[in-house]
Design a binder for this molecule. Structure first.
Ligand code: HEC
Ligand code: HEC
Length: 454
């Protein structure tokens, strides 16, 4: 494929020289072929994988000479073997994308860019004065203005990985209505759910298929539908106001109201939103947190608002099926306040609880003073590639649980925030079994709690 791309470039140079005034004059090629890329309203082919932070335009300075010298000095142009220049390899990357649809969508732009840069680089390298010139001191540098770390964060594959952990992992809460691929005709237990799903599809159509066969297709369809959405309904993913995305608001919304004849109104896709599925997600529970965190991070990644490494969120939550439950929490804890629970393991070397938590959950304190939360495993930087994005298992053992109440309503302000930068409101030590599901939850009772201030 790479070779075929080069071949296209070579052929088009051979058959269409008359289109371009002088293919040997770097300045002329620059004006005719690079400037249109620079001025284009459309993103370059890099957007196939980089949602923001880097664009081919970043590599084009106002003059041909400045651009060449800057790219050469950064090692992006190979003056000995112009066709092996790193900038051409960056353009070619889209060709090896395993996502064939994305590859096809961007193929035309990619080829145009490749030909433009290849012919300009060749013209520059044939100009011996230019090839060997020294760049004037203090000239600007071509290339992206942000760090590689920021570029990495805004890559589509990173965003997809995060989608798998934070959204795709929660899809069974939307079963069976939005998960056609989880319905199994051969499973007698699924007969009723299938009927229900099919009835909804008859009524509401293909938009019931929020979750597709793979996370990749799901994310793609959510993004595509949000791009072409019209003003009369909120988008599934709202890039401007991520917390006002239908993906989040629908499952948090009640059924539409009944009129005086007992007929249900049509579901609303505007504020106030209503949902024919009823409330499936509670504000501030663990799935809400994960959805909200992903939506905010996606919106920031697409919009290119991250400018420095310390602006990047941690993005290190891995779903598990382990549930932690508390009962008999202090009567003074306000009902419906939000709490986070962190799991700390015993560190035998330091003879202390580990400084870094192994897992956490977030949930509300129920009116009966309980907390029920499904855990997310937390990975340190060295673990991120090792842990399984679709589900982690925590090993049983002695753990300390630290409970933090959201006393200043910090979570309402920024839903992804973790509260463990302060003293916990309560702690408990338990032998955690870390079984799976609510039935096998680890339960903590009032007597096991040490409350701050007691
Ligand atoms: C098929 C997907 C894909 C396309 C298209 C793509 N890139 Fe990348 N890019 C990547 C991946 C993957 C990495 C990480 C590479 C690595 O770690 O070796 C990356 C890394 C980078 C980096 C970080 C620095 C580095 O060398 O690791 C820059 C800069 C970059 N790409 C620029 C571009 C530009 C400019 C374009 C468009 C001309 C482009 N990329 C098109 C996938 C792509
Ligand atoms: C019991 C069935 C049921 C469950 C479970 C359910 N929903 Fe729905 N949902 C519906 C129905 C029916 C509609 C179509 C009518 C409407 O828009 O309310 C719908 C619509 C939606 C829409 C709007 C789709 C569009 O393009 O208009 C979104 C988004 C949505 N649901 C998200 C969710 C999420 C996320 C979950 C799980 C956390 C969930 N729903 C759980 C029944 C359900």
């Amino acid at each position: 494929m790479r070779d075929s791309l080069k071949l296209v470039a070579v052929i088009s140079l051979a058959v269409a020289p008359s289109l371009f005034a002088d293919e040997t004059d770097p300045q002329a090629v620059f004006e005719q072929r690079l400037m249109p890329i620079f001025r284009s309203e459309n993103p370059s082919s890099c957007v196939q994988c980089h949602l923001s932070s880097v664009d081919l335009r970043d590599y084009i300075l106002p003059s041909s000479r400045e651009t060449f010298l800057s790219l050469r000095d950064q090692g992006l142009i190979d003056t000995e073997q112009p066709r092996e220049s790193k900038i051409l390899h960056l353009i070619e990357m889209g060709d090896s994308d395993p996502d064939s649809l994305a590859r096809r969508i961007h193929a035309k732009t990619r080829m145009m860019e490749y030909e433009a840069f290849a012919s300009w680089i060749e013209a520059c390298c044939q100009d011996s004065e230019l090839r060997d010139a020294t760049a004037a001191k203090g000239t600007s540098q071509a290339g992206p203005s942000v760090s590689n770390e920021v570029i990495r964060h805004a890559r589509k594959d990173r965003v997809l990985d995060s989608f798998v952990r934070n959204v795709w992992s929660q899809r069974m809460r939307c079963f069976p209505c939005h998960t056609p691929s989880e319905l199994d005709k051969n499973n007698p237990m699924h007969a009723k759910p299938i009927e229900r799903y099919e009835e909804f599809v008859r009524q509401y159509g293909a938009r019931m298929n929020v979750f597709r066969e793979t996370p990749q297709e799901t994310m793609r369809s959510l993004i595509a539908s949000s791009r072409k959405h019209t003003g009369d309904r909120l988008p599934l993913i709202n890039v401007r106001e991520p917390l006002q995305s239908l993906l989040l608001l629908k499952p948090m919304a009640k059924l539409p109201a009944l009129d005086e004849n007992g007929v249900r109104a049509n579901p609303s896709a505007r504020i106030p939103v209503s949902h024919m599925g009823g409330i499936k997600l509670h504000k501030d529970d663990h799935s809400y947190k994960a959805f909200a965190a992903w939506l905010q991070d996606y919106a920031s990644s697409v919009s290119g608002v991250y400018e420095s490494d310390d602006a990047l969120p941690e993005d290190n939550w891995f779903p598990t099926e382990h549930v932690i439950r508390f009962k008999e929490l202090p009567a003074t804890w306000p009902a419906l306040s939000t709490a986070q629970v962190f799991v700390h393991r015993w560190d035998p070397e330091r003879k202390a609880w580990s400084a870094e938590p192994a897992a956490f959950t977030q949930s509300i304190v129920t009116p009966r003073k309980m907390i029920n939360g499904v855990l997310f495993a937390l990975a340190g930087p060295e673990d991120r590639n090792r842990l399984n994005p679709t589900g982690e298992t925590l090993q049983p053992g002695k753990v300390q649980l630290r409970v933090y109440l959201d006393r200043d309503e910090a979570i309402a302000e920024s839903p992804a925030v973790l509260l463990n930068d302060r003293e916990p409101d309560a702690t408990a030590m338990i032998d955690a079994a870390f079984g799976k599901g609510f039935k096998n939850a680890d339960m903590v009772e009032g007597a096991q709690l040490s409350i701050r201030g007691d």
